[in-house]
Design a protein around this ligand. Structure first.
Ligand SMILES: [Zn+2]
Length: 178
């Protein structure tokens, strides 16, 4: 479902904009159906190893070729932490358990098709993962990057917001260690 919806998904008639429940919404001229714009939840995982962060090279649209954190949409009945663990395995071939994840942030991003995505961002230490980081079926590559140099690399544009908690984690881990 895109941001520029022009026709009713119920009766196919044209939509109009109307102020409903505190904001302008698209609704049907005929059947009064309101096309609510609800975000689609997505789970992502930051695997951190001191100064390094695991990124995968995207093979699926959007942003094919960009480096990104392992992430993906939830299945209909899938808790977000389970989705994060599953995506880590599918994209970077690493195994971990839901108990070792820490919720670090929730970030809104805009899909190029206009839809709204809510990324639920978890973090985990590399120590709690097993396996070798190699590209899984859904990724072109999987590699650890130095966090300080991340901005210089070809990361997905909207990722700057998602990766922000990572630099903060890095900073706080440095303070605790010193
Ligand atoms: Zn309608």
């Amino acid at each position: 479902m895109g941001g520029k919806l022009d026709y009713c998904t119920e009766c196919g008639r044209e939509l109009k904009t109307q102020h409903i429940e505190g904001r302008n919404r698209r609704c049907c001229r005929e059947c009064d159906r309101v096309e609510y714009q609800n975000p689609k939840p997505c789970a992502g995982i930051l695997v951190v190893d001191e100064d390094e962060l695991l990124l995968i090279k995207r093979k699926q649209p959007p942003s094919v070729g960009a480096w990104s954190l392992p992430a993906g949409y939830l299945e209909a009945d899938e808790p977000p932490e389970k989705a994060a663990v599953r995506e880590l395995e599918e994209e970077a071939s690493l195994q971990t358990t839901v108990e070792t994840l820490t919720l670090v942030d929730t970030v809104f991003v805009r899909h190029p098709d206009g839809s709204h995505v809510l990324v639920i961002v978890y973090a985990i230490s590399r120590d709690y993962t097993s396996g070798e980081a190699v590209a899984g079926s859904d990724a072109g590559a999987a590699q650890y990057w130095n966090i300080e140099n991340l901005e210089a690399h070809e990361t997905e544009h909207q990722n700057q917001d998602i990766l922000k908690p990572c630099s903060e984690l890095n900073r706080s881990s440095k303070t605790t260690h010193s």
